[in-house]
Design a protein around this ligand. Structure first.
Ligand code: HPA
Ligand code: ZN
Length: 333
């Protein structure tokens, strides 16, 4: 039985496995530029974030209908349950779908169908986080926020993803202020390829509650002091960092040093269909490559629930307490 955990950095479009991509392509009459799943998998050799994003946005062409999004989320939840996930806060990229004429309602309604039965079917509580594409304009992000208004009951927060360098958080200050007005929680990718200034901006200009990645935070001791003092969680994705060449090999990942520095670290899978593993695979990988022992792994699992957006109501606090108790009671043998 895997260690119980929350997954806080997971792009639902990044769970699109080659087999499902080809099945949806056939169903929707979409021609993919790959002969078969094997040829597609062979293309998963990335030089950096952008080379991944090009393929990732391209493959989304197969996602068209509510049923497609429902099936995508159902497939993820089935895999996540087998990986010990008890709670999942799931990103989606509405602008990437709007570009093909797929509307917000199609995406949210489809995903929500699978999420609504997730506790019962998979034992996983869920949240949806809508990401803005930072390489698109602030006006486009604002339109996306407007388009989401009818669906806000299903959306917990907003995030910021896609190409980081050259697209700092400052571009989205107004959009995040508007999102906060609507009662949405705030996270942002920062410090994945970008330097620590990107993390500072996400904190100071957007007022985010968590940093997605924050990989390069140790480069700035003042930033580390701030993140530690405010207990800002980092949603690290070690397998992603290796595949996108942010680091050379997993053995060089700063996770152990970040934990030693007192940062509230979590470990997540990012885009598991592309990066060679789901979240428990990632826990195993950091155990093997970085020598993180059982108590360090337990700390990461505990942090994942502490950093989750499960809070507020008595019922949610009770759920979080139950998950935390499961982590403490877990036996690695
Ligand atoms: N970084 C930025 N944007 C993304 C990623 C990522 O790792 N995955 C999907 N969109
Ligand atoms: Zn990500």
């Amino acid at each position: 039985m895997p260690l119980p955990k929350a997954e806080l950095h997971l792009h639902i479009e990044g769970t699109l496995e080659p087999e499902l991509a080809f099945a949806l392509a056939a169903r929707n009459g979409v021609q993919l530029p790959y002969a078969d799943t094997e040829e597609l998998r062979k293309a998963y050799l990335f030089d950096d974030l952008q080379s991944f994003l090009d393929l990732y946005y391209g493959l989304m062409a197969v996602l068209r209908t509510e049923a497609d999004f429902e099936e995508l989320a159902e497939a993820y939840l089935t895999r996540a349950a087998a990986q010990g996930v008890r709670h999942a806060e799931i990103f989606f990229d509405p602008q990437a779908h709007a570009a093909r004429g797929v509307e917000m309602g199609t995406v949210v309604t489809g995903l929500t169908r699978a999420l609504a039965r997730s506790e019962e079917r998979h034992g996983i509580s869920t949240r949806l986080i809508m990401c803005f594409l930072r390489d698109q304009s602030a006006a486009s992000a604002m339109e996306t926020l407007e388009a989401a208004r009818p669906y806000l009951d299903h959306i917990t927060g907003v995030g910021l993803d896609s190409a980081e360098v050259g697209n700092p958080a400052s571009k989205f200050t107004e959009v995040y202020a508007a999102a906060a007005e609507l009662g949405l929680r705030k996270v942002a990718h920062a410090g994945e390829e970008g330097d620590p200034s990107y993390v500072w901006e996400a904190l100071d200009l957007l007022g985010v509650e968590r940093i997605d990645h924050g990989l390069r935070s140790l480069e700035d001791p003042e930033l580390v002091r701030r993140l530690v003092a405010d207990r800002v969680p980092l949603t690290l994705c070690p397998l992603s960092n290796v595949r996108l060449r942010a680091i050379d090999v997993l053995e060089e990942h700063p996770l152990p040093r970040m934990m030693d520095a007192g940062l509230l670290c979590t470990v997540n899978s990012d885009d598991p269909a592309y990066f060679g593993g789901y979240v428990d695979d990632t826990f195993h990988a950091v155990h093997e490559a970085l020598g993180l022992g059982q108590e360090r792994l337990r700390e990461l699992a505990r942090n994942s629930f502490l950093a989750s957006f499960l809070d507020g109501s008595a019922a949610e606090e009770e759920l979080r307490a139950r998950y935390l108790a499961e982590v403490e009671a877990y036996s690695f043998d």
